[in-house]
Design a protein around this ligand. Sequence first.
Ligand code: SF4
Ligand code: SF4
Length: 159
Amino acid sequence: MLRSLSIDPDKCTGCLQCEMACSLENEGIFNPARSRIKVFTFHEEGRFVPYTCTQCDEAWCMHACPVDAIKMNFQTGALEVNEKTCVGCKVCTIACPFGTINYNRVSGKVIKCDLCGGDPECAKACPTQAITYVDSDATGLEKMRAWAGKTDNAQHAAG
Ligand code: SF4
Ligand code: SF4
């Protein structure tokens, strides 16, 4: 059974435990700047919106990659970057409409959420169940994609 991250922004308190857990798992340090999940803050509305890769079925990053460095892990449903194959061209970062695959200057490769191999640390760390890891059929994936679109638009408007 495939599972997906389900995100409910209404339950998010902005504590950033998810970002800390992600950076520790993937980078070995507590540093939200190195997290693959981001929590956007909308100060005026007092809202927090966690936001990460939605593992699109027809992933634009995967189709755009000229060297086939992005593949689906059929066990977890995650789209994973093969660091050995990736040449750091950043085409996938342009192709992704949500901005959830990013270039890492340290490695010269791109990084994205890979669902921690099927046991995502962000979901385990969230104290309010704003992030849960659920049966893909029951997930609010479309809701998360809608939020991702909104936050991405807000980012572009702000930038
Ligand atoms: S940065 Fe890497 S994963 Fe992205 S398109 Fe280029 S080679 Fe493919
Ligand atoms: S851990 Fe949960 S409540 Fe805290 S910022 Fe992340 S999603 Fe929001």
